[in-house]
Ligand binder design. Structure first.
Ligand code: ATP
Ligand code: MG
Length: 330
């Protein structure tokens, strides 16, 4: 099994990113371990250029933070390959080969582009062709399993279509059509306002929030206006919904009972949430501090990852070059 996924370093990761994606990547790195295959995870800095432009230091910092966060959260470089997208130039070459077989109507349907245009935001050719770079990311490594949220399944379908079209045009099995592995979306995490947690909505709680900021953010979670004495219903309450992410069955039952007994205010429930989240991420904080003290080792991990990725990707690109009639000598 060749698992592949990329994550954009466009800001610090939040609880939604963790429960919706990162936690599941880390579980998959075991399943994909050699000799049957390997998980490839990359920091999608080329994709990030469609949103972070003219701020090189910001992009560099986000990329460094993303690497540290993933390592801290349990990505194991001995099991999975971690690399920066821009360290593998093969991907942009495959991107071009794919662009030449892409029909425009495929791109007109892409929903990141459509959504941005609908919101009146300036959209450029980078955003328009984003699904093709994503296809190159996947196809470059003969990936067969691509873990994505349900909203990304359409992009994997585009990748399958492109691989099949390419193979058809060149009458050979050059590219491997991948399958989407739909992540558990019961893991859809709500934000401070009860809507889906998302950077663009400004309602996030970051994984590595300082204790002070964590407290401030949790205290701003929207609740109804019942008083301390009132009996409360835990299900549907934002604080309780978030608490469930971190708590086991018995802890959930205990807090639910307090809601229903009356005499407990939301302030106390928020404290329980803060404590549970702090305890949950404590080992990750330790690992993060450890990696942070060794920036050269982090860079070594990324360089070793890029080397592995280029070895696999280079062989696939050679197949493409030969099939297309390009120079077979790179
Ligand atoms: P943006 O607002 O730029 O879309 P985001 O905060 O939604 O950013 P993404 O970069 O879109 O984050 O998502 C990265 C990964 O995290 C994706 O796999 C996505 O499905 C997952 N994810 C993001 N937000 C949530 C959430 N609230 N619940 C579960 N999964 C999430
Ligand atoms: Mg999103």
């Amino acid at each position: 099994m060749r698992v592949l996924s990329g994550i954009q370093p466009t800001g610090r990761f939040h609880w939604g990113n963790y429960f919706g994606a990162i936690r599941q990547y880390i579980a998959l790195q075991q399943a994909a371990e050699e000799p049957t295959g390997r998980a490839f995870y990359f920091l999608a800095d080329l994709h990030a250029l469609t949103t972070i432009r003219g701020e090189p230091e910001v992009l560099r910092q986000h990329t460094r933070d993303a690497a540290l966060d993933l390592l801290a959260l349990g990505l194991d470089p001995n099991k999975a390959t971690l690399f920066r997208q821009s360290d593998v130039p093969e991907v942009t070459e495959l991107f071009w080969a794919l662009l030449t077989v892409t029909q425009m109507h495929l791109l007109d349907k892409g929903h990141s582009y459509k959504e941005k245009k609908a919101r009146g935001l300036p959209a450029d050719a980078g955003l328009y062709t984003y699904p093709i770079l994503q296809a190159a990311d996947i196809l470059l490594y003969d990936s067969d399993t691509v873990p994505v949220g349900a909203d990304q399944v359409q992009h994997i379908e585009i990748t399958r279509d492109l691989a099949e079209r390419f193979n058809h045009i060149y009458s050979a099995d050059v590219l491997v059509p991948p399958k989407a592995y739909v992540l558990d979306d019961s893991a859809k995490v709500i934000g401070l306002d009860g809507e889906k947690m998302s950077k663009s909505y400004g309602n996030t709680i970051e994984i590595f929030e300082t204790p002070k900021r964590l407290k401030k953010k949790c205290n701003s979670i929207v609740t109804d206006s019942l008083t301390v004495e009132d009996v409360k219903e835990p299900e549907g309450d934002n604080v309780f919904t978030m608490y469930k992410l971190f708590a086991d069955e018995s802890q959930r039952a205990e807090l639910a009972a307090k809601y229903r007994a009356g005499g407990m205010g939301y302030g106390e429930a928020k404290k329980a949430l803060i404590n549970a989240a702090t305890e949950y991420f404590a080992p990750a904080w330790e690992r993060r501090a450890d990696w942070e003290a060794r920036p050269d080792d982090v860079e070594d991990v990324l360089q070793a990852g890029a080397k592995q990725a280029r070895a696999v990707g280079g062989a696939v690109l050679d197949r493409v070059r030969v099939a297309c009639g390009l120079s077979a000598r790179r």
